[in-house]
Design a protein around this ligand. Structure first.
Ligand code: NAD
Ligand code: TDX
Length: 342
């Protein structure tokens, strides 16, 4: 696999994957296809060698452009998406366009030129789980975590658009023999994450003298994974995964939002109660949790960054050192949240 296309490679997880490939696989050339929406940033690729990484600014819905790139590639790794649940509740239209039509455009091109395709998706396609304390026997048993067999049951415009694209990929594998794999990962954290998202929003709030904002009671659980571990898992699936299979990616990182916020406050030297509880997200998923046994046992993958506290500390340090990266956007992001009481 010498020439790969990474869609959305100027966004948070896509750019971390590009860095991962450049650092670990010297034989691979990466073409990033990215529209540079509000969430994409050239700076995320700064410093990478020009002979290894090329940025093509364009839309995954642009079929002639996608065709011209895909016919020269060995594989497509598809990260590009509208990715924020809160935005999808305000205006679903770009989610339908990019996440569904864009994915369709890519798989059609991969089918035409018989190019290997990896589809990056989310655990949110499965909907949510009850809190552990509400499960019989407090949650150690069947149905306690998402598995590849869990029924699709998405809650938001974002997650339903991702679910739609997953189903297109499954159908293209079965009907057309598309050489594809799918991965569904839990919540990522790490450098280059847009400041609209929970962890970077609160870090940059504290750095800006703004009180952090917790939705509702903060009992909602997310299963945190460091974005580098997501990258190593996607690489393992791309190179060793079985065509047509779905792999769930997670690192056993369940935490409720209140606990994550209190840890950030502690690491940043703030009192534990120095935050505001704000209006809850409509349809807010309660709990996500991934069973990644299949990925670990079949492909021998393991997460490296399993100490959440130190991963969070590194992430805080990154935002502290890279104020130039986020400062210009901060006021507008907060003004937008304020409009919906969040
Ligand atoms: P992000 O919003 O940070 O980045 C998305 C990137 O896609 C941006 O660079 C943007 O410019 C680009 N893009 C958007 N629309 C485009 C279009 N029409 N054509 C070309 N490029 C376009 O998102 P992220 O958090 O890095 O998520 C990346 C992928 O990983 C998404 O598919 C998302 O569903 C999935 N995912 C994310 C998480 C998470 O925790 N953030 C977890 C599991 C899966
Ligand atoms: O200010 C906030 N306060 C708050 O309490 C924000 C922005 C969020 N939250 C809560 C909502 C969620 O329970 O924190 C949790 C995490 O929120 P987000 O960062 O918006 O992530 P989430 O909705 O869980 O979705 C993320 O993980 C799965 C990514 O954004 C998706 O792209 C991915 O598919």
């Amino acid at each position: 696999m010498k020439n790969i296309i990474v869609t959305g490679g100027a966004g948070f997880i896509g750019s971390n994957f590009v860095h991962y490939v450049v650092n670990n696989h010297p034989e691979v050339h990466v073409t990033v296809l990215d529209k540079l929406t509000y969430a994409g940033n050239r700076e995320n690729l700064a410093g990478l060698p020009a002979d290894r990484v090329e940025l093509v600014v364009g839309d995954i819905c642009d079929a002639p452009l996608v065709d011209s790139l895909v016919q020269k590639a060995d594989a497509v790794v598809h990260y590009a998406a509208e990715s924020h649940n809160d935005n999808s509740l305000k205006d679903p239209s770009p989610f339908i366009q990019t996440n569904i039509i864009g994915s369709y455009t890519l798989i059609e091109a991969c089918r035409k030129y018989n190019v290997r395709y990896h589809h990056v998706s989310t655990d949110e396609v499965y909907g949510d789980l009850p809190l552990r304390e509400d499960l019989p026997g407090h949650g150690e048993g069947v149905g306690e975590k998402f598995t590849p067999e869990t029924r699709y049951n998405p809650s938001s415009p974002y997650s339903s658009s991702k679910a739609s694209s997953d189903l297109l990929v499954r159908a293209w594998v079965r009907s057309f023999g598309l050489q594809a794999t799918i991965s569904n990962c839990s919540n990522n954290y790490g450098p280059y994450q847009h400041i609209e998202k929970f962890i970077p929003r609160q870090i940059t709030n504290i750095l800006s003298g703004i009180r952090p904002k917790l939705y509702g009671s903060g009992q909602n659980v997310r299963d945190w994974i460091h974005t580098n571990d997501h990258s190593s898992a996607v690489w393992a699936i791309l190179t060793k995964g079985k065509i047509g299979e779905t792999y769930l990616i997670g690192a056993d990182g369940e935490q409720d939002n209140k606990a994550v916020l209190e840890l950030m406050l502690e690491l940043m030297g703030q009192p534990q109660d120095a935050y505001d509880q704000v209006k809850d997200r409509p349809g807010h998923d309660l709990r996500y949790a991934i069973d990644s046994t299949k990925l670990r046992e079949e492909l021998g993958w393991q997460p490296e960054f399993t100490d959440f506290k130190s991963g969070l500390q590194h992430t805080i340090d990154w935002y502290r050192k890279h104020e130039d990266w986020w400062q210009a956007e901060k006021a507008a992001v907060e003004a937008n949240y304020a409009k919906s009481g969040q």
